[in-house]
Design a binder for this molecule. Structure first.
Ligand code: NAD
Length: 282
């Protein structure tokens, strides 16, 4: 099955990036969110991102790309899509609700994918009427820049769904890497405990945020330090991922650092709220 149309649920930083790369690849896109503010922000973010590509000489017709994206408050507008990609907030109950709605809405042959960072795809697939058509499509942030798409096969995913999803990632110019379903998959099983450990270094007064990030950049050749990366990902998302690892593995090594918990409680979510381990509001 060749995918021509894509629905994206959740127009936050990941959803708007996914919509942009799909539209740039010539696909028609419906981007939905429960928040009108998020949809307005998504439209502005995509327009700015396309304008930057024009300036760099990498895109000639941004209006044609934008014209392929419908921004909508109504999930019902996804009824005809070939694939629906859920990219809403990293909370199990939100994702279950969205997947059940999508399942009742889309054609039986449509693929239902989730961009979850950590939640079990097998649990999510069990929510839909065609679980063999469910799969994880884990884009990286920022989506237009990052090469990887981690493809997660649920226990129920069939070969045709997997092949069509891999082909879509390739059509978007990305490199798909397929993994089996497990908490945090490969990417966040490895990345998030490292970020959490960096937060512990700060919490225990071992070093400043700048020093921690510089050690990891200059010493380990990371392009961005773990605390700056946490701010980019969103501290609420980082905490949600740690909590999934902790609850699924029942292993105290995955306990979230109390400072991460506090930052989220204070609404200091990183770049998206203007403040996290660093400030972005000046
Ligand atoms: P975000 O906070 O920027 O955006 C989430 C969006 O979901 C918001 O606009 C919110 O209004 C919307 N939403 C919430 N409930 C909804 C519902 N019921 N229906 C429709 N929309 C709803 O978050 P994000 O960083 O874009 O993350 C989205 C998903 O992508 C999460 O599952 C996250 O784990 C995953 N992810 C995030 C990153 C990252 O670096 N931030 C990377 C890969 C994957």
């Amino acid at each position: 099955m060749e995918i021509q149309s894509v629905g994206v649920v959740g127009a936050g930083q990941m959803g708007n990036g996914i919509a942009q790369v799909c539209a740039m690849a010539g696909l028609s896109v419906v981007l939905t969110d429960v928040s009108s503010k998020a949809l307005e922000k998504a439209q502005a973010t995509i327009a700015n991102s396309l304008a930057r590509l024009v300036k760099k000489g990498q895109l000639s017709d941004p209006d044609a790309v934008l014209s392929r994206i419908v921004f909508s408050n109504e999930m019902a507008d996804l009824a005809a899509v070939d694939i629906a990609i859920e990219a809403a907030t990293e909370r199990l109950e939100i994702k279950i609700d969205i997947l059940r709605q999508l399942s009742a809405l889309v054609r039986p042959e449509a693929i239902i994918a989730s961009n979850t960072s950590s939640i079990s795809l097998t649990v999510l697939a069990a929510q839909v009427s065609q679980p063999q058509r469910a799969i994880g499509m884990h884009f990286m942030n920022p989506v237009p820049v990052m090469q990887l798409v981690e493809i997660i096969r649920a226990l129920q995913t069939d070969d045709a769904t997997h092949a069509a999803t891999v082909a879509l990632a390739e059509r978007l110019g990305k490199t798909p890497v397929s993994v089996n379903d497990a908490p945090g998959f490969v990417s966040n099983r490895v990345l998030m405990p490292m970020i959490n450990e960096a937060v512990f270094c700060l919490y225990e007064g071992i070093a400043t945020p700048e020093a921690i990030d510089t050690v990891m950049k200059l010493g380990m050749n990371h392009p961005i330090g773990p605390l700056a990366l946490a701010d980019l990902i969103g501290l609420d998302t980082c905490l949600a991922i740690m909590d999934v690892l902790y609850h699924e593995f029942r292993d105290s090594k995955y306990r979230a650092c109390p400072l991460l918990v506090q930052k989220v409680a204070a609404g200091h979510l990183g770049r998206k709220s203007g403040q996290g381990f660093y400030r972005y509001d000046q």
